[in-house]
Write a protein that binds this ligand. Structure first.
Ligand code: FUB
Ligand code: ZN
Length: 654
């Protein structure tokens, strides 16, 4: 049985719940230190390339200038969109988390200068929003649906939490955030009593800020904001239109804002995907603090709805470009998939909270699927080019961009990668649970028994072996639990070379409980054979197609890998895999200098143009000449890093 008697050794990561009674698992103090390996490599790339790139882009694209203008230090036009401040906050958050892995003078100088600007721009009563101050003549909270003031305030608070937990000065960024939080505690119950923020984010931020500062009253403010939703007050265009404004380009109903049904009664995941995930994260955080079980019940129901038919194989979400929204169940077109990178990040953030709340392996499994696929595809292998949308099929060449006019995704990637070690493992009073597999180090304090310290070595996701070496052992027995992915039910484990003959428990974890000694070696092997995946027949868009996975990776085909690629104008259009074909592994393929295990799949290519029209009777396919080929699939996250071409995850089976 799991016990969490104390939170005395608090984590310094992004989610640090204060009420042990509501936690099945607790985050580890220090998280997992990522040392090299796949994710350590990405974290280093983030530190060396992605974050500095973000710092430069904030200057180049006017986000910092907006703040200078708001502070009265410069005169300029406001650089839209109106939530630019949030990009600054997310980069600051990334810098703060990254500080936990080693400081850097240039990053810290940037951080301090930005905090100086924020201080200068903040109004004496604590209000801060460069758009409202510069472009709206200071008219505050006039546009609840689209104004993003509390969205930006939430990102400010999350950045401040990261700073506080990474040794920052409590009077610095946290001072700025604290003054805004105080203003909100005055306004929200009073003049803003009917205000519902159009884009959730403030809810989880207030809870985290409460946890990090001890201002527990802010949890009530967050709970109130969650409870306000669901009365269909949010609408665009606004029901009461400002005088003189008649033309609105688009319209958004309450469901887009998750404002159509009170959270506690909502059992469907719907609306704008990022809004939905941020609200779910905030509501789960509120549950973790105040124990309102109706919030957890609704979150669980929405999770079931998500995985039952509103999520792509990659863990990506949002089937509709229009409104960046979830579609109906099984409405999962590959080519029109939106799958915003921020939605993948929001899903990881929420699933981590659900894992802490329930201890159930399915949440760790979804984090894994999303991290390796839907999320990671959003970052180029060079660390400085991004995708905002992550479809599962493109016909025309897709090019990654160094930044976006609406730049929510790139800095979101930065903050997740910088804090990633905190999403890997958890602890209880009697042991540790390893949910994600990475090379690194972790330390779990076990009350009254000392600490269990583990060194983890693995070539995951390309090797299925995870070696766990005990660096320091507690007194008495302790348990190491390792999540066993659904695709590896025949995982094996050996302790100090002796086969343990253990199988995963019904809860999806392999449990090894014993008195550990320093130097003990636990080696778990997950067989990584390539798998052919078939979609439910309910998903119209990919009926008759298959996809391939190996370990946690979803694979895709790129036109650039076709034999004679340059000469084929129709790219992958005529490509098929042979019915029942098995994929063979091709280790050591280089994709722009990044080594992957590719898959070779027996397939066929039709002619560049099919004769006649594309609706064939039963005998007609025989008229179409096909050539046998070996098709190459690479991990989906690595696509669009070579010559531009087409791509598909799902491919017809012949
Ligand atoms: O509205 C702020 C952010 O911009 C959203 O989270 C993204 O979906 C993008 O629309
Ligand atoms: Zn985004």
């Amino acid at each position: 049985m799991r016990t969490l008697s104390t939170l005395s050794t608090l984590s310094n990561g992004p989610v640090v719940p204060g009420a042990p009674g509501r936690l099945a698992l607790r985050p580890l103090a220090g998280g997992m230190r990522l040392d090299g390996g796949f994710w350590g490599g990405y974290q280093a790339l983030n530190a060396e390339v992605t974050i500095p790139h973000g710092m430069a882009m904030l200057e180049e694209t006017g986000s910092l200038q907006n703040l200078r203008v708001a502070a009265g230090l410069a005169a300029d036009e406001y650089a839209m969109p109106l939530f630019r401040d949030s990009d600054v906050y997310k980069v600051l958050e990334a810098i703060a988390w990254q500080r936990q892995h080693g400081g850097d003078q240039a990053r810290e100088r940037f951080f301090d200068e930005a905090v100086g600007l924020l201080r200068a721009a903040q109004r004496p009563d604590g209000y801060l929003n460069s758009y409202v101050q510069v472009a709206e003549g200071g008219k505050r909270f006039a546009n609840p649906a689209m104004g993003h003031e509390l969205y930006c305030a939430g990102h400010l608070m999350q950045a401040a939490v990261a700073d506080l937990r990474s040794g920052g000065d409590p009077r610095g960024l946290a001072g700025v955030a604290g003054r805004f939080a105080t203003l909100l505690t005055e306004l929200l119950p009073g003049p803003l009593a009917g205000f519902v923020p159009g884009h959730p984010e403030i809810e989880m931020a207030l809870v985290e800020f409460a946890r990090a500062t001890g201002r527990s009253g802010l949890v009530g403010t967050a709970a109130d904001l969650v409870a306000r939703r669901g009365r269909s007050t949010l609408h665009w265009p606004p029901r009461e239109r400002p005088a003189g404004r008649t033309h609105y380009q688009d319209s958004f109903d309450p469901a887009y804002f998750c404002d159509d049904v009170p959270f506690e009664r909502a059992d469907a995941i719907r609306g704008h995907a990022v809004r939905a995930f941020y609200l779910l994260s905030g509501a789960t955080d509120v549950y973790l603090e105040n124990g309102n079980a109706a919030l957890l019940r609704a979150a669980l129901a929405q999770w079931d709805d998500l995985v039952a038919g509103k999520m792509y194989l990659t863990g990506g979400t949002g089937s509709r470009h229009k409104r960046e929204a979830f579609g109906d169940a099984y409405e999962l077109p590959s080519d029109r998939a939106y799958c915003e990178t921020c939605a993948a990040i929001g899903s990881v953030m929420w699933n981590w909270r659900m894992l802490l709340a329930t201890g159930e392996a399915r949440f760790g499994a979804l984090i894994e699927r999303t991290l390796y696929n839907g999320f990671l595809a959003g970052l180029g292998l060079d660390g400085a080019n991004f995708f905002y949308v992550n479809p599962l099929q493109t016909r025309s060449p897709a090019r990654r961009q160094p930044w976006y006019q609406c730049a929510c995704c790139p800095p979101n990637v930065m903050r997740l990668l910088a804090s990633l070690g905190h999403y890997m493992a958890t602890g209880t009073d009697t042991g540790v649970q390893i949910h994600q597999f990475a090379a690194g180090h972790l330390r779990a304090a076990l009350p009254g028994a000392g600490a269990l310290e583990l060194e983890l070595a693995t070539g995951y996701p390309y090797s299925g072996e995870l070696a766990v070496r005990v660096a320091a052992a507690p007194s008495g027995a302790a348990e190491v639990a390792i999540r066993v992915p659904d695709w590896a039910p025949d995982a094996t484990a050996a302790l100090n070379g002796r086969d343990l003959g253990v199988v995963p428990g019904d809860d999806g974890y392999l449990h090894v409980r014993r008195e550990w000694a320093a130097g003990d070696d636990l080696v778990v092997s997950f067989p990584l054979a390539a798998r052919t995946i078939r979609p439910s027949a309910r998903i119209d868009a990919v009926r008759g197609c298959v996809a391939f996975e190996r370990g946690p990776l979803v694979y895709c085909f790129e036109g650039v890998d076709l034999p004679g690629a340059g000469a084929r104008a129709d790219g992958l259009t005529g490509a098929r895999v042979l019915s029942g074909a098995r994929a063979a592994e091709v280790p050591g393929m280089s994709v722009s200098g990044h080594t992957v295990t590719a898959l070779a799949v027996p397939g066929a290519l039709g002619p560049a143009r099919e004769p006649g029209w594309p609706y064939l009777d039963a005998v007609a396919p025989a008229r179409i000449q096909v050539t046998g080929v070996e098709l190459t699939a690479i991990p989906y996250y690595a696509w669009a890093n070579r010559e531009p071409g087409d791509m598909r995850v799902w491919i017809p089976e012949r």
